[in-house]
Design a protein around this ligand. Structure first.
Ligand SMILES: [Cu+2]
Length: 177
């Protein structure tokens, strides 16, 4: 029985969305205003401002997200461990948390198993991962792979914030009878 535990974090790079949206909204407001009059421009600009920036705007220099920010930039932190249970069975566990290390419950989490030596030949998944009772932010699933070998386990968080991580597991030969 082989046992592998690996962890990897994936943080999709994303530009500051709040700042960009605000700039774009103003640009649209000015463009429309030039064509249809000052009143419309004022209305649209005011509306865009109200929609994109309901909270008092922080100074532009404060680029770092604060704990009170409405939505954290970047995906969740995902830690994956995969364990060979015997025969061709693999148990996969994933710990999912926000960027501020709060457990992420009620997330939609799936996993895939792909043989490293035979990519995509008999990839399994998506297999839904269920929340582990009493362990906030933990998700688990069991999967039966078609043959012995090394597998790449991919865990994908779909909602509320997308993110993924991988782990490798060696599925050993079955015991001879
Ligand atoms: Cu194979």
């Amino acid at each position: 029985m082989a046992m592998t535990k690996t962890t990897k974090r994936v943080r999709p790079a994303r530009p500051d969305p709040a700042g960009q949206t605000r700039t774009r909204a103003f640009r649209v407001g000015f463009l429309v205003g030039a064509g249809s009059g000052l009143t419309a421009a004022t209305l649209i600009a005011a509306l865009a401002f109200a929609v994109t920036d309901p909270l008092p705007a922080p100074p532009p220099a404060a680029a770092a997200p604060t704990p009170t920010a409405p939505a954290p930039a970047g995906g969740p932190a995902v830690h994956v461990s995969a364990r060979h249970l015997g025969d061709l069975k693999v148990k996969v566990e994933a710990q999912v948390s926000t960027r501020t290390y709060d457990p992420l419950g009620r997330a939609s989490v799936v996993m895939y198993a792909d043989m490293v030596a035979m990519p995509m030949a008999h990839r399994k998944g998506p297999v839904a991962m269920a929340e582990v009772p009493g362990k906030a932010g933990w998700y688990a699933a069991e999967v039966v792979v078609p043959m012995v070998g090394e597998y790449d386990i991919q865990v994908s968080v779909q909602r509320p914030i997308p993110g993924e991580a991988h782990a490798r597991v060696q599925v050993g030969a079955q015991q001879q009878g």
